[in-house]
Write a protein that binds this ligand. Sequence first.
Ligand SMILES: [Zn+2]
Length: 274
Amino acid sequence: MRTLMVLFALTLAATTRAAPVSAPPTGAQVDFQGIIARALSIYVPYMAARGVTLEFVQSHQHGITGSGNRDSETHATLTVDDGYYTNPKITEDGFRFMVCHELGHITGSAPHMEAPAMYDGILDDKGDVPISAEGQADYFAAAKCMRQVLAGQDDVAYVRAHGAPRLVAAECSQSFPDEEGAALCQRIMVAGKNFLDSFARSFPSSFDAQDPARPPYSLLGEHPPAQCRLDTVVAGALCPVDKDAPVDPYDPAAGFCTSKNFPQGARPACWFKE
Ligand SMILES: [Zn+2]
């Protein structure tokens, strides 16, 4: 009977956690400009300290697109198109993740993007484009930027209000024994999934799957497949390295998880070869 009651209590707790009280804010409920302003308040000074002026450009093409570019040695541009503001699929955290992905390109932690054929822009010391590769932009967004932009929020209350998949909750509580850390981790995973699902042409990905691909070299010139990108979001959210630990443009291990210090939080092998 006691076992039954414990089981019942556990089931109840799991159900409560999985069932959101209300859907997370989308569309007109989202303070898009406030989210951009908060991100810029962190990353404009961050880039200025590295000799780069970061400028925000609002584009009006009604597309669901954003970009993060290094136009020159001293100038970077974050562009967000207004199509996002009317996209019913993106949540406020999904939008945060998008902004963080683009800022991930700009902040330029390793590995960097491979220069495409006919590219005539600036190069880094290794002959790559001086912005983070797509996989790294996702990883930076999850492991660093989301934690920066959400700092000071009550993540426990947010997750209680808007819910998170049971699998996400279980994984996060293994990496983060404290309730606040686990809630932030859940929020980041759900945000990354929403970002991936919000594209006009999105591909399926799932928290209970993993991309089995093992390319012989890191994929640095392209977007990894959707499942691989979600695996990267999950790894970044699980990585317990401090959000303020310095990262490096040439050393992927600096400031992040690796197979040596925390394998569950390391960049997945579906795109990254350590
Ligand atoms: Zn990108």
